[in-house]
Write a protein that binds this ligand. Structure first.
Ligand SMILES: Nc1ncnc2c1ncn2[C@@H]1O[C@H](COP(=O)(O)OP(=O)(O)O)[C@@H](O)[C@H]1O
Ligand SMILES: [Mg+2]
Length: 397
């Protein structure tokens, strides 16, 4: 069928034509943000899930909903190798400038911008990557200690007070939170805790890989009381069907039941894979309905496309020893696997492999579901590793 009208959208962060199966999560965040705005207590939300389950598109949708409901938001992604204050400061500045336009929030908005000026100036020594425009002079003693834990508290509190004056709330949307360094994560948690105690309307909606709850717990032991950690998994059969079929229905296209089933089996309900399979099934099919035979052909193409994008971008960032470690895991199947078993495949000692394993964890490739266990953060990565490093040569090279 015509590739120009193909509705599917495989791609990191690409909004799907139908955001299927996430109504409960959207509602959870909707209620929490509205409660915060009304001056009531609500936990911040950290969505946890593997790569490609739809965390980023959920964050974006939640942000749109929050904005539509009159909340003030900012959206950042914690990248590898940059500090949280550096990423946060410019976005916070914009949010504060927007808030300051409200007559009621003008004075407190300006005060928060002064806090931001002090914050940036004092922390510039430690976090050299902070670059933010200064609108008002710093106020001596306001968020300018030079200590992140203290200054972030003061800054978010000042920002929250401005939001409150405008009868709204400030919601921080933060993606890829597993990359925030522990000390910075601890400061963020403390600041949110402080806002909650002071009933200042600031809330976090974050997303990250499954290691995030452990990281927050290590950063601050009380984090688990402050956050909800909803798990974002693959779609169940009904939702996966919707993800596939709803986008084409309006275009007069249908799937044979066996064709849909075949895609559900191949993708196991993972949203990224559903988009990729849908896209190729559409392109392969001559006419509606899309048949099981079409899907058979599409499967080969969808797999090749994933190998060249979704899987490949991760693989390319790995060193040779990291690749070998991942390949050894793949040899054992989807996982999780015991560190000892992986070491046995590589004929090495567990301790000798420790640094490689830690590197893979900090790159967000693997995580540890429980002590001594190791699992992939990318669904079906084991099968990809066997395709990209076939045979036995990897053992000796
Ligand atoms: N609920 C959903 N229904 C259908 N497709 C989805 C859904 N959530 C995500 N997708 C699709 O899955 C892909 C990955 O989404 P993304 O948000 O980047 O995942 P993550 O951030 O968890 O890695 C995108 O192509 C997106 O369109
Ligand atoms: Mg993402």
């Amino acid at each position: 069928m015509d590739p120009i009208t193909n509705p599917y959208t495989p791609g990191a962060g690409a909004p799907p034509p139908e955001l299927a199966g996430r109504d409960d999560l959207l509602r959870l965040v909707d209620i929490a943000t509205q409660r915060i705005r009304a001056g009531r207590q609500a936990k911040s939300v950290l969505m946890i899930g593997l790569r490609g389950v739809g965390k980023t598109v959920l964050l974006d949708r939640m942000r749109d909903n929050a904005e539509a409901a009159g909340l003030h938001t900012l959206r950042i992604e914690a990248p590898e190798g940059r500090s949280l204050p550096a990423i946060l400061a410019p976005q916070l500045r914009q949010a504060l400038l927007r808030l300051s336009r409200f007559e009621k929030a003008r004075d407190l908005g300006r005060r928060a911008l002064s806090a931001l000026a002090g914050f940036a100036k004092a922390l510039k020594v430690k976090y050299e990557d902070i670059e933010v425009g200064i609108d008002f002079d710093p106020e001596p003693g306001l968020a300018d200690n030079g200590d992140l834990e203290h200054d972030l508290q003061a800054l978010l509190e000042a920002a929250g007070r401005a939001a409150k004056a405008a009868d709204t709330a400030l919601i921080l949307f933060v993606d890829e939170m597993q990359y925030v360094e522990e000390e910075q994560l601890a400061s963020l948690i403390t600041a949110l805790h402080r806002c909650a105690q002071q009933q200042v309307p600031v809330m976090l909606v974050g997303a990250g890989l499954p290691q995030l709850p452990g990281q927050t717990g290590r950063a601050k032991s009380y984090a688990e009381r402050l956050f909800d950690f909803p798990f974002v998994g693959p779609l169940d059969d009904a939702a996966a069907r919707d993800a596939l079929e709803v986008p084409v229905r309006g275009l007069g296209v249908a799937y044979e039941p066996a064709a849909t089933q075949r895609i559900l089996d191949a993708t196991k309900g993972y949203p990224y894979f559903l988009q990729e399979w849908g896209k190729h099934a559409w392109d392969v099919a001559e006419t509606s309905p899309i048949t099981s035979r079409d899907v058979e052909t599409a499967s080969v193409e969808a797999t090749a496309a994933l190998d060249e994008s979704f899987f490949r971008v991760r693989f390319d960032r790995m060193t040779p020893s990291e690749r070998r470690y991942l390949r050894a895991m793949a040899e054992l199947g989807p996982g999780p696997h015991r560190s000892g078993d992986i070491a046995t495949v590589l004929d090495r000692k567990v301790t000798a492999l420790g640094p490689t394993r830690n590197q893979l964890i900090s790159k967000g490739m693997i995580w540890s579901p429980s002590h001594g266990d190791t699992a992939f953060t990318v669904p079906m990565f084991d099968e990809f590793m066997c395709r990209i490093m076939p045979g036995d040569e990897w053992r000796t090279n």
